[in-house]
Design a protein around this ligand. Sequence first.
Ligand code: ATP
Ligand code: MG
Length: 383
Amino acid sequence: MNAQDTIPAPAKPAWLDPSAKPFIRIDAVTKQFGPFTAVNNVSLDIFKGELFALLGGSGCGKTTLLRMLAGFEQPTKGRVFIDGQDMTDIPPYERPVNMMFQSYALFPHMSVEKNVGYGLKHERMTDAQRKDRVKAMLDLVQLTPLAQRKPHQLSGGQRQRVALARALARQPKLLLLDEPLGALDKKLREQTQFEIMNIQEKTGITFVVVTHDQEEAMTLATRIAVMDQGEIRQTGTPTEIYEFPRSRFVADFIGSINLCDGTVNRTGGGKAVVACEAWNAEVTVACDDALSVGSKVSVAVRPEKIAIDRHKPASGLNILAGKVMDLGYFGKDSLYRVKLQGNTLVRVNRVNERRASEGERVADWEDDVYLSFDPSAAILLRE
Ligand SMILES: Nc1ncnc2c1ncn2[C@@H]1O[C@H](COP(=O)(O)OP(=O)(O)OP(=O)(O)O)[C@@H](O)[C@H]1O
Ligand SMILES: [Mg+2]
């Protein structure tokens, strides 16, 4: 085999490469409105070609942070760098940035085509170039057949795509999208999410997307910053945020999770044994760090990581007895709510692999069951 036949190793993502230069550097940025701190000492590096999501509940400061990148707000403290350049004295229209606002207003009297071309009015280009650019953008968002319609003749999703095409038309290096899919129903949202990912791949533009929808962030993003009350609580890839949350807040915010407070009873061999009072059980959790006996922690287990059975497993750690209180059937999976002996409810998610008729389920209402999970499936939280 010669050298050309070897498949090159996938490039290391930029955020893991200490020599990589960030495309956006948010350096200790604080934004105050009077006495109120909307963004509190946020530092964040975002790399070229990322589709980065800012995720958090209403009022946590997402839009404010985005507006500081676009230049519509000035930081009270700290600095923003884009492509190595300090943005402090650069007005919005001179930044290599375009922003699609939370309420993207299209011009109602203009056709789709005119709306998309509007942003190019002040660009130095010929009429022919402008026309070509608009055509390319409409192709990209698959709206060419609707080019002559007015916004009121479009569906919500189509309007959203016009706004996206308009934001992309100037070919910014950085596109900021504030809740871009907020107005869409679930199916259309999913479809548009994939379209955004495709557009990102085709154009190589760096995207920062604001959302309060964690599933959306998980689907779209290369990395996610989880925000709470003006601060970033954790930054990581969707997998890191989901599988390795570092705090109760992040664990609870992302997806569904069972949380229980406890006290460390014993440690050793890469594991900790935690007395979980509300679960009326000692739980063994994988844990690499030094933890002192007696420290207060929380144990978290995702519903899909718990097995449920009518029969007690013959061996294994972390076996909890309970009774099925609720059972929700969602087609592809079922959700059980199981009451443990300590009276706490634990949620268990089970994928329905086989077609089962009534009465063939793993467990039914009021059944006595055993829950079990592996120590590596549980997360130990100290914050
Ligand atoms: N111009 C302003 N003057 C005073 N307070 C402001 C101003 N703009 C935003 N705020 C406050 O700052 C906080 C953060 O607002 P921001 O719009 O960034 O939230 P958000 O995370 O985008 O929320 P949502 O998901 O609801 O859009 C809020 O409490 C808001 O009331
Ligand atoms: Mg907002």
